[in-house]
Design a protein around this ligand. Sequence first.
Ligand code: NDP
Ligand code: 2IT
Length: 445
Amino acid sequence: MNLLSGLSQQVINKNPNEPEFQQAVKEILESLEPVAAAHPEWMDAGIFDRIVEPERQIIFRISWIDDKGVVKVNRGFRVQFNSAIGPYKGGLRLHPSVNLSIIKFLGFEQTFKNSLTGLPIGGAKGGSDFDPKGKSDREIMSFCQSFMTELSKHIGADTDVPAGDIGVGGREIGFMYGQYKRLRNEFTGVLTGKGLSYGGSLARTEATGYGMCYFVEEMLKANDKSFKNKTVVISGSGNVAIYGAEKAIQLGANVVALSDSSGYIYDANGINLDTVKRIKEVERKRISEYVKFHPTAEYHEGCIGIWKIKCDIALPCATQNELDGSSAKILIANGCIAVGEGANMPSTPEAIEEFLKSKVLFGPAKAANAGGVATSALEMSQNSIRYSWTFEEVDDKLKAIMSDIYIKSSNAAKEFGFEGNLLAGANIAGFIKVATAMYSQGIAY
Ligand code: NDP
Ligand code: 2IT
């Protein structure tokens, strides 16, 4: 079966300087071979060729003024990847590494992830190479306002609904929402992850991390295991890592490590999350500060070393390609039984191969971290009906969605000859809904 390898090569040729995008497409197309064989009508309708090409890519200049009065210029992106099943939906990333390849891989992944949630949302991603580190609140505000001045021309509550990602949390969403409202004179659910006082949903802050743990717990349960008394290592110390740690602890695990892009902390007694929240969410400082308050904990420079810590469950929650093949081998040798991807594409293809080969339970990103965007879609629902659900109501819906994603991924894997491979199952289940919608809607846009 090699129905899609030509397309894979075509994507590489057409997008030569986009390694992350090529990586994401290759992984999906490999999983979709049996689907292509089972659906010649989708091949004939060019569904596969069309799904790897973004519907629209917007690249723009953002100029803003820093605290010294100096004019700064950054590059902004919004890639509207696929709108077959709903308005474009996906986060905004502010990080100096942001480029078209990264935004396209994220938008592509988002299309399948959003489909898996079962909710009516298409796929998109955006962001800028702006570095929020070390900037004052006024500089962040100035940047966010300039960014939204252009972005506002391309988004809308029924068109495209951005949210947070790396470098974009409640503060940035607030500044962007204020600017959108100022420009358009309308109060709509055009962004998610909003503050609770102006249309945000309870449990959105917690949703990605909590959802990841609900997914991993389902995966463990199906194999007669659970989080209880397990040693857990989590990379990152941002939104996903912090609330992933919180839920893992609530489920009875001992979380012993967290990191940032400078290094990692190890606390054999279990990480104190109150300290982490204060350092990261309130003071916006480095994770190395932790050892000042917990002198028995250790801090090590460099983030890759975190995977050398012996653990039962590893949850990569920082960024793409942060867990490579040799780290995967070390985790396996140390007895790791499960991996849940909180970040987008955190495991390299070599790492994934190691996990699948060794029968490590592997919860792929687009399934395991879909709780964030699912709760964003619940925020959109609440905004539409001008009503708010309680924390428990949203959390219960999130649990049901994550369990459904597990079942869908597991069943699709079985149906298409990949039993036990949730990566292939999630790719297939996510694809089928989008492909069915694209096929029904005809070829021209
Ligand atoms: P945050 O900005 O809150 O935190 C990011 C964390 O990852 C920080 O600890 C950061 O360290 C670390 N990090 C970022 N870039 C790198 C890098 N190049 N190398 C090493 N560490 C890095 O972001 P989120 O927690 O929201 O996002 C984390 C991951 O989860 C991303 O992959 C994102 O796409 C994904 N995700 C997020 C969702 C959400 O709802 N927020 C939903 C689904 C997925 P430092 O402070 O040093 O930069
Ligand atoms: O990668 C992701 O799913 C997100 N950053 C969340 C997107 C959203 O629209 O909530």
